[in-house]
Write a protein that binds this ligand. Structure first.
Ligand code: FAD
Length: 283
C-alpha cells in the first residue's frame, strides 16, 4: 500500500538554513517534494530560541508552496511570555500546525525554562490557543536517551498525548519491530492518536553514527558493518542505504503505519529514491 493512500500520508522536515545559498537550495528541495503533495512540511527550531527568526522566515518561504507548514517549538530555555509571543505571531500568520517539544540545551543554559517537559508545553498551547493548532509531539520507539526506563518514558509519552496532542512523530530508527512494539504499548495505555514513523535516509555514515549516538537511535550491527565497509564509496553506501530504508518503510506501511515523516536534512534526492521504491511519485 502506498503512503499516499494512508490518511496522514507523507511529510518532510527541514532545518532553517543560515546562508543565502542554503536558502535558495531549500526552495528547490521544497519544490521537488511539494510535487508529491505531502500532508505537511515542518521546520526545526533551535532550543532556547536560537533559530527563532530563521525558523519563522523559513516557515514563511516553505509554506508559500501552498503546502501546510508546521514550525517546531521547544520550551526549554524560554519563558511563558516568549512562548506566548511566538504562538501569537504564528496565529497571526495563519499557521495551523505545530510540533511541540521540550528541546535540548547545553547544560547550565536552562535557567529561563518555566515549562520543563513537552506535556507542559502542549498544555500551555491548548490553554493559550484552544484548538487553533494541530499539535504533533515526539515519540521514541527505542526510548528517549535520558529516560530512567522504557516504562516511564512510555508513560511520559502518554502524558503529552493526553495533554492534547493530535499526532506523534517518532525519532528515527532502523528496526521496524521497535516501532510496532511501541505503538502496541501506547495503544495499551489508551493512546489512539496516529504515531507516524520518522524516517532518516542514509547518505553519510560518519554523520549518521555521531548523531545516532546522541539521540539514542540504534544502528544495527549488520547495517553499521556494511556502511563502514563502503568507506569513501558514497555511491554504493547510498544505494545500500536506499534499499535498507525502502524495505523498512514498506514494512512499516504494510504493518499499519499511518504515514512516513522524512528527516530530509534539506535534501530531496534520498527521500525521493525511497518513495519511488515504494511506488510513490509526483501526482
Ligand atoms: P519530553 O517529552 O519532555 O521528554 C524528555 C525526557 O523527559 C524523556 O526522557 C521523558 O521520559 C522525560 N519526561 C517527559 N515528561 C516528563 C514529566 N512530566 N516528568 C518527568 N519526566 C518527563 N530538538 C530541537 O531542539 N529542535 C527541534 O526542532 C526538534 N525537533 C524534533 C522532532 C522530532 C519528531 C523528534 C523526535 C525530536 C526532535 N527534537 C528537536 C529533539 C528533542 O527536542 C529531544 O529529543 C529532547 O531531548 C526531548 O524532547 P521531547 O519533546 O521529546 O521531550
Amino acid at each position: 500500500m502506498s503512503a499516499s493512500e494512508h490518511p496522514s500520508g507523507i511529510s518532510f522536515e527541514f532545518f532553517p538554513p543560515n546562508t543565502e545559498v542554503g536558502r535558495e537550495k531549500l526552495m528547490g528541495v521544497r519544490d521537488r517534494l511539494a510535487a508529491l503533495d505531502p500532508a505537511f512540511f515542518s521546520v526545526t527550531y533551535g532550543a532556547g530560541g536560537s533559530t527563532r527568526e530563521r525558523t519563522f522566515n523559513t516557515v514563511q518561504s516553505v509554506r508559500s508552496s501552498g503546502i501546510c507548514t508546521a514550525p517546531h517549538l521547544s520550551c526549554v530555555g524560554s519563558d511563558r511570555g516568549e512562548l506566548r509571543e511566538i504562538l501569537g505571531e504564528y496565529r497571526e500568520q495563519g499557521i495551523k500546525r505545530l510540533v511541540a517539544l521540550r528541546g535540548d540545551l547545553p547544560s547550565g543554559m536552562g535557567a529561563r525554562s518555566e515549562l520543563r517537559h513537552a506535556n507542559e508545553l502542549v498544555e500551555f498551547v491548548r490553554d493559550e490557543t484552544g484548538d487553533h493548532f494541530e499539535i504533533a509531539v515526539a515519540a521514541y520507539p527505542e526510548c528517549h536517551p535520558q529516560a530512567d526506563n522504557y516504562r516511564m518514558d512510555l508513560e511520559n509519552f502518554a502524558r503529552k498525548m493526553n495533554a492534547g496532542a493530535d499526532i506523534a512523530i517518532t525519532q528515527y530508527f532502523f528496526n521496524a519491530d521497535a516501532y510496532f512494539h511501541f505503538v502496541e504499548r501506547a495503544r495499551d495505555l489508551g493512546i489512539q492518536q496516529p504515531i507516524i514513523p520518522g524516517i532518516m535516509p542514509i547518505t553519510n555514515y560518519t554523520k549518521l553514527a555521531r548523531f545516532s549516538d546522541s539521540c539514542g537511535a540504534e544502528i544495527p550491527r549488520w547495517i553499521r558493518r556494511q556502511l563502514e565497509s563502503y568507506a569513501d564509496d558514497s555511491e554504493s553506501l547510498q544505494a545500500f542505504g536506499t534499499e535498507v530504508i525502502s524495505r523498512m518503510s514498506q514494512r512499516l506501511l504494510d504493518g499499519g503505519a499511518p504515514g512516513l515523516h522524512f528527516y530530509t536534512l534539506n535534501q530531496a534526492g534520498p527521500c525521493l529514491k525511497v518513495l519511488e521504491n515504494l511506488g510513490i511519485s509526483s501526482r
